[in-house]
Design a protein around this ligand. Structure first.
Ligand code: NAD
Length: 473
């Protein structure tokens, strides 16, 4: 497909792969297999909208079958095309490898602008898309498991599950055919916020290394660091709110579809969302200034820039104007390969998409496991742990002759709920994966940026999977 179709997104992913591949020690044939998209399903189906029929263009790409099921979100956007879905599916394979989630990568896309349809029409399109996937055996708990992405959320996932159940209701693990579902429909607590929460944990981890921060002229930790966010959707909003509330980060600018706003004193993200709900826009938010153009946010002076909208936002033409010290790629592919060269030369730290936004697929994995086990996390051990901790506190009280206050006692003796376990699993994943990437970079002198290190780490894991299958010696 031509570069113009999608600004060279797939080409950028491919160039990043080629840059890292020589540092893996894997042989050429194996690298070629890892790079290729295994299955591409392009479909066109009719949906009656009002009194007319519309032919909808849609895709599902399974990039790698080295582990099954494959996994990846479904995007609803007018910009969807085959090359974009292939690039996103490819990133999913590497992302899963980086965070040790045992899936191959996949992605889906439906070429529609959700704003132009009613809820009933979106439901019709989603159900028909799911039916197409079922017909071609492109969905199932052991085959391919979709999730939310740009333009979709738990509502669409519930429609997908319901359609799947209509055809395959007798399958005992049917609920695991899709993740990101509402909690009361076999979903998991903490999935909606998972990607944004993971972005925060990843940023916090990156900011915890004194020598790395010193190189950027920054202090250790997130407290007081300034942040600008492009896109206040699921990922951008949760990144903002959690960074603000748990990391003491000051959000100085936000951009959305309708424009961008700025305040040196910081923006209250919860109030901003309420303002947008009330007025239909982030603009004219009390205490903030409207910026001239929404894209100006990318060139703003700040410590951390979080592109959380779409790919190809920082390109060769605007890369030299970026003034952030750290870019956390919450969106997939926001920086082109050309732009990356410019940014790295400027000494900017880029925390790559395939690591920093992997919180979503990590918690999706937990949801899938919950669906296969047919039981909520924490159900077996919560009460047992509570009783054990209570006995321990009682023992300490007896031994010291002192009494623990009621509030402290509650805190010390609480058994973990599902949400506690999900957050703990996510935090552990983001910390461990960052350490793996960073130590790959430290070990290999020729690998000097986090994206290449992430690629090397991912490719070696996938390569070792293929080798253990005995396909490649
Ligand atoms: P979303 O649809 O919830 O939100 C995206 C927001 O970006 C929308 O509000 C949209 O109006 C805004 N936007 C679009 N173009 C913009 C522009 N030029 N400037 C400013 N704002 C703009 O989507 P999301 O789920 O938050 O996904 C955002 C990105 O994160 C995508 O790249 C997606 O692939 C990636 N991602 C999402 C998840 C997830 O769990 N949802 C997981 C990993 C990665």
């Amino acid at each position: 497909m031509s570069k113009s179709a999608n600004g060279g997104f797939l080409e950028s992913v491919s160039r990043n792969f080629d840059k890292a591949a020589p540092h893996t020690g894997l042989h050429k044939g194996l690298l070629a297999q890892i790079k290729a998209c295994n299955s591409v399903y392009q479909m066109r189906f009719p949906v009656r909208i009002g009194s007319e029929y519309q032919v909808i263009e849609a895709y599902r790409v399974q990039h790698s079958h080295h582990r099954l099921p494959t996994k990846g979100g479904i995007r609803y956007s007018q910009k969807v095309n085959q090359e974009e879905v292939m690039a996103l599916a490819t990133l999913m394979t590497y992302k899963c490898a980086i965070v040790d989630v045992p899936f191959g990568g996949a992605k889906g896309g439906v070429k529609i602008s959700p704003r132009e349809y009613t809820t009933a029409q979106l439901q019709k399109i989603t159900r028909r898309y799911t039916t197409e996937l079922i017909r071609k055996n492109f969905i199932g708990p052991g085959i391919d498991v979709p999730a939310p992405d740009y333009g979709t959320g738990s509502r669409e996932m519930a429609w997908i599950l319901d359609t799947y159940l209509t055809f395959k209701g007798g399958e005992i693990d049917a609920a695991g055919c899709v993740t990101g579902k509402p909690v009361n429909q076999s979903g998991i607590r903490g999935r909606t916020e998972a990607t944004g929460r993971g972005v925060f944990y990843g940023i916090r981890e990156a900011c915890s290394h004194k020598d790395d921060m010193a190189k950027l002229g920054l202090t250790v930790g997130t407290e007081g660091k300034t942040m600008a966010i492009q896109g206040l959707g699921n990922v951008g909003y949760h990144t903002g709110i959690i960074s603000q509330e748990e990391g003491g980060v000051k959000i100085i600018a936000v951009a959305e579809y309708e424009g961008a706003i700025y305040s040196e004193d910081g923006l209250d993200i919860k109030k901003l969302l309420a303002h947008r709900k009330k007025t239909g826009s982030i603009l004219d938010f009390p205490g903030a200034k409207n910026m001239k153009q929404r894209k100006d946010i990318l060139e703003l002076k700040c410590d951390i820039l979080v592109p959380a909208a779409l790919e190809n936002q920082i390109r060769k033409d605007n890369a030299s104007k970026v003034k952030a010290k750290i870019i956390a790629e919450a969106a997939n592919g926001p920086i082109t390969a050309d732009a990356e060269e410019v940014l790295l030369k400027k000494g900017i730290m880029i925390i790559p998409d395939m690591y920093i936004n992997a919180g979503g697929v990590t918690v999706s994995y937990f949801e899938w496991l919950k669906n296969l086990s047919h039981m909520r996390f924490g159900r077996m051990e919560k009460r047992f742990n509570h009783n054990t901790y209570r006995n321990l506190v009682a023992l300490v009280e007896r031994m010291t002759g002192k009494t623990v206050g009621a509030k402290e006692r509650d805190f010390l003796t609480r058994g973990a709920d599902e949400i506690d376990l999900v957050r703990s699993g996510l935090e552990e994943t983001m910390i461990t994966s960052y350490d793996q990437i960073r130590s790959t970079m430290k070990r290999k002198k020729a690998v000097t940026d986090l994206r290449s290190a992430a690629f090397v780490s991912a490719l070696n894991k996938i390569g070792s999977d293929y080798e253990s299958l005995g396909i490649f010696p």
